[in-house]
Write a protein that binds this ligand. Structure first.
Ligand SMILES: Cc1cc2nc3c(=O)[nH]c(=O)nc-3n(C[C@H](O)[C@H](O)[C@H](O)COP(=O)(O)OP(=O)(O)OC[C@H]3O[C@@H](n4cnc5c(N)ncnc54)[C@H](O)[C@@H]3O)c2cc1C
Length: 503
């Protein structure tokens, strides 16, 4: 058994979507990374399917947005069915117009996301060490010592930091002794990728609500290609196949399944890790939070964790570690609220009581048809789902307010004369934004720190987005506002920079 000690800056356990995005972001920042995963290669199962607008914005920052769009497809909205009849339709096309460059529901399955991320990681010279598992870890003030196993051989790696992106059963989380608190629903669910025809609305998510079940068809890339999610009928054994649930799907009369490409059943958990950081080790993605797939948030939340942590790790390795301690306080509250929200919605979807059945089959279809007609309601629904509202108001990194924009908010998207203000975020660096005219004092302050300053014309779009004319917005590498004040205050900016900006 060989025992060598290898050194790296960041060791990433797990090359699912979360670990791959973290590896890609860190590699772009010039960090030395090792990424290990016991699987033989990226997942071939479709699993998560929706990529939210906020994730596409992160992809744009890394230069893979266009590639992502070319690989997936948009969905136009939602069709609601009850007892085989079309009951309501919600058109969500362009629901996020003026809020984001990605105003539509976008479908790019998990295997496609992983292939995309891996292709871009490889193009940068990065790699994943497949068939390699992290089996043990210890840490001290100077770093983390991890044991890796590959084909019966053991290797010891010393890393400055360890990122546990190793999924719901996380070895890293167990190694840290951090509980994943919460529970598991008693019901079982199934998921299948199928070819199907019938009255389904081809370009929409079709949801069928019935007395004792729910069924959803998601349009997938390719013609007549659907993802079906449903509840396993009570009373069937543990070993089930598509044949077990087929009568249930047929009884809804909204689709005829002509071929089954993949089938799996699972139980849904609603759990959050008690801590997201212990010493030099971090938990991200499913290793830190698991919840129902309602709303397509799971994979996206893991990708958001990676975007939040990557630049903080790079900065720590450059000698300024303070921001690392904000990772947990910024990401855990969102994960906890997401688990609660999806818990409530999911509870209603599967509740067998007569009242809940009536709400599902009568009240919701009627209300949805009426309520979602106003553009403002569609926009609100889009904002909730798209993760554009994720903000960090209680983080010590979030300071001040100018206009309607506060420290910790995602920088609002504003179309510029050429491109948009988000183009500047592709540098993955801290930067100053001004919508209007920067003061000479601000220009000098940024120049002295070699901090890029981007001045955009203050127009209707900036005003509508809540930005204040001429105010300085110090923007973090992940596109969230750090410090902002209506007028530049050098002493406050100095204090902020000496604590949070790269050394
Ligand atoms: C059947 C199914 C359907 C789903 N449908 C949806 C959906 O519709 N919408 C949605 O949002 N989410 C869905 N999810 C959840 C979604 O797949 C996860 O939220 C997402 O995969 C989380 O990504 P991750 O990278 O954090 O973890 P994972 O994708 O679980 O990746 C973890 C990786 O860590 C590796 N690993 C494990 N142990 C070790 C170790 N000891 N050392 C190193 N590496 C290790 C694993 O091999 C794996 O590659 C579904 C999940 C399943 C199983």
């Amino acid at each position: 058994m060989g025992r060598t000690v290898e050194e790296t800056e960041v060791l990433i356990a797990g090359a699912g979507p979360t670990g791959l995005l973290l590896a890609l972001w860190l590699t772009r920042l010039g960090v030395r990374v090792r990424t290990v995963d016991p699987k033989p290669g990226p997942t071939t199962e479709t699993r998560a399917i929706a990529v939210q607008a906020r994730t596409l914005e992160f992809y744009d920052q890394l230069g893979l947005g266009e590639d992502a769009l070319a690989r997936g497809r948009h969905a136009a909205g939602l069709s609601l069915w009850a007892r085989g009849h079309a009951r309501a339709g919600v058109d969500l096309r362009g629901a996020g117009a003026r809020l984001t460059p990605h105003p539509d529901i976008f479908i790019l399955t998990q295997d496609q996301n992983e292939a995309l991320l891996l292709a871009h990681l490889t193009a940068l010279g990065g790699a994943v060490e497949w068939q390699t598992a992290l089996t043990d870890l210890t840490q001290d003030a100077g770093g983390v010592t991890a044991t890796l196993e590959r084909a019966g051989k053991t290797e010891v790696v010393r890393a400055a930091y360890l990122a546990g992106c190793d999924g719901a059963g996380s070895t890293v989380r167990h190694g840290l002794g951090v509980p994943l608190s919460g529970g598991t629903y008693p019901q079982r669910f199934y998921v299948a990728d199928v070819s199907a025809s019938g009255p389904l609305s081809e370009d929409r998510v079709n949801v069928s609500l019935d007395d004792d079940q729910f069924l959803a068809f998601f349009p997938m890339p390719g013609k007549h290609h659907w993802r079906v999610v449903g509840q396993v009928p009570a009373g069937v054994g543990e070993a089930i196949t598509f044949g077990t649930v087929r009568p249930q799907i047929d009884s809804q009369r909204i689709a005829q399944v002509t071929a089954v490409h993949w089938f799996s059943s699972y139980r849904v958990h609603h759990r959050v890790a008690d801590q997201f950081q212990v010493g030099r080790t971090f938990l991200l993605g499913d290793a830190a939070h698991v919840h129902s797939p309602v709303g397509g948030q799971g994979m996206n939340t893991g990708l958001g964790d990676a975007a939040n942590l990557a630049w903080k790790l790079a900065q720590a390795l450059g000698g300024r570690p303070a921001a690392l301690a904000t990772y947990g306080p910024e990401r855990r509250p969102f994960a906890a609220s997401l688990v609660n929200t999806t818990d409530r919605i999911f509870g209603g979807v599967v509740d067998p009581s007569p009242l809940a059945r009536a709400v599902r089959t009568r009240v919701i279809p009627a209300a949805l048809g009426v309520l979602t007609r106003p553009a403002a309601v569609r926009r609100l629904a889009f904002l909730r789902l798209s993760q554009l509202l994720i903000h960090y108001p209680h983080s010590p990194l979030s300071v001040g307010r100018a206009g309607r924009v506060r420290g910790g908010d995602r920088l609002p998207w504003v179309l510029a004369e050429r491109g948009s203000n988000f183009d500047a975020l592709q540098s993955l660096r801290w930067q100053m934004h001004v919508y209007g005219t920067p003061s000479p004092e601000l220009l000098a302050w940024c120049a002295a720190r070699e901090l890029p300053l981007h001045a955009f014309a203050f127009g209707t779009a900036a005003g509508r987005a809540g930005l204040l004319q001429d105010a300085p917005y110090l923007v973090r590498p992940d596109g969230h506002v750090g410090l902002t004040t209506p007028r530049f205050k050098p002493r406050e900016a100095d204090a902020y920079a000496s604590r949070w900006l790269p050394a």
